[in-house]
Design a protein around this ligand. Structure first.
Ligand code: ADP
Length: 396
């Protein structure tokens, strides 16, 4: 089976054509500058092809993707008939979606209804869906939500301690994100541990970072909230912060709510702490040269992640497996070591040699560690493709 996985942003669109059974990726790429001019970067058989193609809307971007997929020189299929289904990443499923769903009018309406909860991403995701419907009207399409995996959280984890009417009337609650990644690494951890009745703490540490507490394969809590701004500090996001800080800054400097949120989303996190970069590699380089702000940024990031690990061990009543994934989680041995420092009391003991791993699926805990610690490279596209395959096959 060939599934085209689409992740549409407001001016960009990532794609992968993959086989959900084997995980083999036939080709992948990125459309950028949609609505401005348009550029396609296509990766196939180890080669990279870059083409400037006018993309006034997402429809032209999808058309460009389909054209290159069937191109005699750079393509991987003879005809678009060989694409069996399309799987779309959708950011916010609100309370309406606790699983992926086949896209029909009702599903589109529900994604639209979630726009107030995901105002930056859901409209762009819908543009990708509508463009595919326009260009490939007969192909089955599936929406896979970043929030869905977390919908098993109990009310004590997802409710905010604010007046109930905001929950009842406006759906204000914790949702959590990176759900497709958390679901993928949970499945892998269960396979690797050989049993599902385990307590897992997942650390998805990338540009955006989130943790989840999982019991018996079901999410019990997660660090992001109504939006991806909550939880640990991230590349450019502040993470959890006392709201009074915002009131103080906004009043003193005459800043609007939107400007304040822009500061918290784009100008904060380890970028703000280090004053160097949002990229951990740059911060690690600066720290190695003695930059104290960079050292603080790395210390604080590890400290915040460690605090969440401790909190989730308490929430779950223990931990059998600690998983690291995403850019920093997969490639940052120093950050992983720093996070695990001081977690010996709960049975976490790293093997320093194994912890040198980058980007591979490896158990990095010592043989006598009570908690198994794993690096599991995430694969959100594969998860989207598999969900798409399952739903499309079930609907046949
Ligand atoms: P996104 O949230 O955008 O998907 P990623 O999961 O790709 O982000 O993570 C990106 C971050 O991962 C980069 O900003 C960088 O700090 C970090 N990273 C990637 N590779 C390495 C590496 N080899 N060593 C340390 N950090 C890395």
């Amino acid at each position: 089976m060939n599934v085209l996985v689409i992740n549409a942003g407001s001016s960009s669109l990532k794609y992968q054509l993959m086989d959900p059974q084997t995980g083999a990726v036939a080709a992948k790429g990125l459309c950028e500058r949609i609505g401005i001019d348009g550029r396609l970067t296509h990766k196939v058989r180890g080669n990279k092809v870059v083409k400037d193609i006018p993309m006034p809307t997402h429809s032209e971007a999808i058309t460009a993707v389909l054209d290159i997929l069937v191109d005699p020189e750079h393509g991987v299929i003879h005809s678009t008939d060989e694409i069996d289904a399309v799987g779309h990443r959708v950011l916010h499923g609100g309370m309406k979606f606790s699983a992926s769903c086949i896209i029909d009018d009702a599903c589109i309406q529900a994604i639209e209804d979630c726009i107030p909860l995901g105002p930056l991403h859901n409209p762009a995701n819908l543009m990708g869906i509508r463009a595919c419907q326009a260009v490939m009207p007969t192909k089955p399409q599936v929406a896979v939500f970043d929030t869905a995996f977390h919908m098993t959280m109990p009310p004590k984890a997802y409710r905010y301690a604010i007046p109930k009417s905001y929950y009842e009337n406006d759906d204000i609650r914790r949702y959590g994100f990176h759900g497709t990644s958390h679901k993928y690494i949970t499945r892998r951890a269960i396979e690797l541990m050989g049993r599902s009745d385990i307590k897992i703490i997942n650390c998805h540490l990338g540009n955006g970072s989130s943790l989840s507490a999982v019991k018996d394969g079901k999410c019990q809590d997660t660090s992001m909230g109504l939006s991806p701004l909550a939880g640990v500090c991230m590349g450019t996001r502040s993470g959890d912060i006392d709201p009074t800080v915002c009131q103080f800054i906004m009043n003193k400097y005459g800043i609007s709510v939107d400007e304040m949120l822009n500061i918290l989303n784009k100008k904060s996190g380890v970028l703000a702490l280090s004053g160097v970069s949002s990229d951990f590699r740059d911060i690690e380089d600066a720290a190695a040269q003695g930059n104290e702000d960079a050292i603080l940024a790395l210390d604080k990031f590890a400290y915040e992640v460690r605090k969440y690990v401790g909190a989730y061990a308490a929430a779950l009543g223990g931990c059998d497996c600690l998983v690291f994934t995403a850019g920093v989680g997969e490639n940052g041995p120093d950050t992983r070591a720093k996070i695990c420092e001081g977690l010996e009391y709960m049975g976490v003991k790293l093997d320093p040699e194994k912890n040198k791993v980058r980007g591979e699926e490896v158990r990095i805990s010592a043989d006598d560690s009570k908690v198994q610690v794993w690096v599991i490279p995430t694969n959100e596209e594969l998860m989207i493709a598999q969900d798409t395959m399952e739903l499309v096959n079930a609907a046949k």
